[in-house]
Each structure stands twice: as structure tokens, then as C-alpha cells.
Design a protein around this ligand. Structure first.
Ligand code: MD6
Ligand code: FE
Length: 208
């Protein structure tokens, strides 16, 4: 891992215990009934292997028009469901004590899904961290540096783990090489759910 990526990267293994994981999963599964996961298409026209939905005033979307944040589900047209209280509290404790997150991307990995090396850079202010919570099957996470060509390291993200990209690591490249099918029994019908909390709008923006 490059020195730049190491500083500001935090992994909190098992930050959520089994009961907290189960309670959060219940809320996320209920939200996914209202806002069903769908397969987004990259600006280049490739369907992603990961299914996505969002929680909060804004949600990250991708299609032929590019990457951006939108207030409504692209398939149903409905506003995204609320971010669960437990996630808002985690953000307050670990990411920013005063400015709430306004977006939570939900990534659903079913058989064989992965996510290529990327930076999270569609947010207005990179001073805010991105905070991720993993539920279900263990993922092989790759973490590099601010340049795509920087050296990378491989880490495991297991159910209940929380990770933060903050400070110098905020713009580190990262991705999911693969998910270890059957490594957890948490998610019904198997797989992995990753929740990434972000502040997409500027600090002074009031969601309405
Ligand atoms: C995933 N995670 O774990 C994908 N982004 O499924 C991310 O892309 C990510 O884990 C920003 C910060 C932390 C992350
Ligand atoms: Fe990311």
C-alpha cells in the first residue's frame, strides 16, 4: 500500500457486532423493497455486475449521461428511502461530528459480482470522508493510491467491518476483486451488501 493511501485509511474490523449487523440488515432489506436494486450501466455502456440502490436525500447513479447524484430512483422515480439512524450515528462518531451524510450507496454483490478499481470523486467536497459498512460475505478489497498506477494492497472486508477513506486516502483508488461466496450466512440467498455513506452536496447545503 502506498504511504499516501495508508494515511487516512482506517479499517475497524467487527465494528458492528452480530446483533447490530442483523438490525441494520433488516432496515436495509426493508428499504430495498421500496427502492429495488438495479444493474447500472457505465457511461461507456457496460452493465455493472454489482446491483445498486441508494438511501438518503441523494443517490449515486451512472448511465449514458455519466456519474452523478440524483434525488430519485432512476427506475421507479421515487425518492430514495431514509438513511438508517445507526448509520447516521456511525458517521457522526467516525466521519464528521457536525455535517450529516446526504447519500448512502447500497452495493449488492450476488454471484460473481465485483467492482473495478475506482476513485470516489463525484462529491462536492473531498474534505468529508467516505465511510463503508460491509454486511454478509467477505470481500477481497484492493486499495491503492491517488494515482491509478500506484501500488496496491489486498485486504479482506468481512461482515460488520467499517472502513473509512479520509484525508490523504480520500481519493485513493480502490475496488472489489471478488467476494467469497458462502463465507457468511447473514444475507438471505447469499451475497454481500456494502453501504457507503457520503456527503455529496457542499457543507452548507440544506437538503429539502
Ligand atoms: C465495496 N466500496 O466495498 C465498494 N468506496 O463494495 C467502495 O467503493 C468504497 O469501501 C469508498 C470508501 C470505502 C469503500
Ligand atoms: Fe468507492
Amino acid at each position: 500500500m502506498s504511504a499516501a493511501a495508508t494515511e487516512g485509511f482506517r479499517l475497524l474490523p467487527g465494528r458492528l457486532g452480530p446483533a447490530a449487523q442483523a438490525a441494520l440488515l433488516d432496515e436495509v432489506l426493508a428499504a430495498m423493497e421500496a427502492a429495488p436494486p438495479y444493474r447500472p450501466v457505465t457511461p461507456g455502456g457496460k452493465p455493472m455486475s454489482v446491483e445498486m440502490t441508494n438511501l438518503g436525500p441523494l443517490g449515486w447513479v451512472t448511465d449514458a449521461r455519466g456519474y452523478r447524484y440524483e434525488p430519485a430512483h432512476p427506475v421507479t422515480g421515487a425518492p430514495w428511502p431514509a438513511i438508517p439512524r445507526a448509520l447516521l450515528d456511525l458517521w457522526t462518531e467516525l466521519a464528521d461530528p457536525t455535517t450529516p451524510p446526504d447519500a448512502c450507496l447500497v452495493n449488492l454483490y450476488r454471484d460473481g459480482a465485483k467492482m473495478g478499481l475506482h476513485q470516489d470523486r463525484d462529491e462536492a467536497d473531498f474534505a468529508f470522508p467516505v465511510l463503508s459498512v460491509s454486511l454478509g460475505d467477505t470481500a477481497i478489497f484492493r486499495l491503492g493510491g491517488p494515482k491509478r498506477s500506484d501500488p496496491t494492497a489486498s485486504l479482506r472486508l468481512s461482515s460488520g467491518d467499517v472502513c473509512l477513506l479520509a484525508g490523504p486516502a480520500r481519493l485513493a483508488h480502490h475496488g472489489i476483486d471478488r467476494v467469497l461466496a458462502g463465507s457468511s450466512r447473514l444475507v438471505p440467498d447469499g451475497g454481500r451488501i456494502n453501504l457507503t455513506l457520503r456527503r455529496a452536496a457542499p457543507r452548507d447545503h440544506v437538503a429539502r
